[in-house]
Each structure stands twice: as structure tokens, then as C-alpha cells.
Design a protein. Structure first.
Length: 216
């Protein structure tokens, strides 16, 4: 029987060969979508409500409740800090046990010449139905706005945490980077065609031409 860590690595190698899971995800793969979540001024509750509405709506188009997923939680390693079991993201997964989490480290993910660039990685295999994804998306949307709660980093002002949802069944990866937008990549453009059509108005205009060309 394969471990979760082995399954996760095989999934990436078999479907997204050569991909390093990092942002900006859209620019790391040939087949993908980039969405704009922003409407209006960032200092209003309505702004964040719309960010959450768009992100959760797109998520629900990309994922079904019974889909098997890897939830990958990533955090910059300060000194010896480890990912705590009590962190906000883990608390959004129903009945999560310590044994369900596999840990690893990723070196030089963003800075190739920096030996201190180390990320703590936690990977959990579960189903969408067990994840309170909306709460996670709300927290990601608050990344750059410390007074707002919930946040992925409940204690500090600065957060370096990232969350990736890897859909094992549909072979796609979903990553909301902050309140500005989110990326989806896939192994086959047919997988994301419905998402592209359904939420076309929310495609980020800056990358629209590149995205449209995929579906010509």
C-alpha cells in the first residue's frame, strides 16, 4: 500500500511532470485559467464578500463533493518552526487525524541560490465533502489584510502560507493566491473548458488573450 506522500508525488509526476507546486501557478503550465476576484474598493465588507463568492463559485464548478483530492499546505520555514496540527487550515477538515497528514520539506522553491529558502509541506488526502473550503478561501482572501479574520496565519501580521487543492479524479490543480485572483491548471483543456465558459466574465483581462487561444 502506497503512502500518501508517495501517491502525491506519483500524481504530480504522472500528470504534471516537471511542475514545482508554487505561485504563480498559471505561468508554470501550458493549460490553465487565471481569474480576477476583485470588484470595487478593498476597504469594504462587500469587496471581500465578492472575492469569496467568486472563488467559492469557481471552486464548486471545478470540484464535486465526492472528488478525491490532495490538500497541500505550505509554509515558509522560520528557524525550526513546524506546521502545527492546530493551524486554521487543518481545522477546516472534518475528523482530521494526525496520522492523516504527511510532512516533507521543499528547498529553494522560490530562490534557487538561497539555502534558507525552505518550505514546510503538509499533504492530506481526503474528499471535497470533508473540507470547509469556503472558510479556507475566505482566509486566503484576507492574506494582506491583518485586521480581518479568519486568516491562514492567526497570530502574525505576515503570512507566507499557501494552500493548493489537487483534484485527483479530474487531474487539475486549484490555487487561490490572495484576494486578487486564483489559478487553475489541468492536464487536458477539455477538463477546464466548462469552467472557462461558465465563468468567462471573471477571466483576468491581462491574460485573457493567452487563455482564449487555448480554446480556439
Amino acid at each position: 500500500m502506497q503512502t500518501t506522500k508517495k501517491e502525491y508525488r506519483n500524481f504530480l509526476n504522472d500528470n504534471f511532470k516537471g511542475l514545482r507546486l508554487r505561485q504563480p501557478l498559471f505561468y508554470s503550465w501550458d493549460i490553465g485559467l487565471r481569474f480576477d476576484l476583485q470588484v470595487g474598493s478593498t476597504d469594504t465588507d462587500e469587496y471581500f464578500q465578492e472575492v469569496t463568492r467568486r472563488a467559492s463559485t469557481i471552486f464548486q464548478t471545478a470540484f464535486d463533493n465526492l472528488d478525491n483530492v490532495f490538500l497541500v499546505f505550505m509554509d515558509y520555514k522560520y528557524k525550526r518552526r513546524k506546521i502545527r496540527f492546530s493551524n486554521f487550515t487543518f481545522r477546516q477538515i472534518n475528523n482530521l487525524q494526525r496520522a492523516d497528514i504527511c510532512y516533507s520539506k521543499e528547498k529553494r522553491l522560490y530562490e534557487l541560490d538561497d539555502k534558507l529558502d525552505i518550505r514546510n509541506i503538509a499533504c492530506i488526502k481526503t474528499t471535497v465533502s470533508k473540507i470547509n473550503f469556503k472558510n479556507i478561501l475566505i482566509a486566503i482572501g484576507h492574506t494582506d489584510f491583518p485586521p480581518r479574520q479568519p486568516r491562514l496565519d492567526q497570530n502574525g501580521v505576515f503570512t507566507s502560507k499557501e494552500v493548493y487543492f489537487l483534484n485527483i479524479d479530474k487531474k487539475l490543480i486549484f490555487h487561490m493566491y490572495d484576494d486578487r485572483g486564483l489559478d487553475i491548471i489541468a492536464t487536458d483543456k477539455e477538463t477546464i473548458k466548462q469552467i472557462y465558459k461558465k465563468h468567462n466574465d471573471w477571466i483576468l483581462d491581462y491574460d485573457r488573450e493567452q487563455i482564449d487561444k487555448q480554446f480556439e
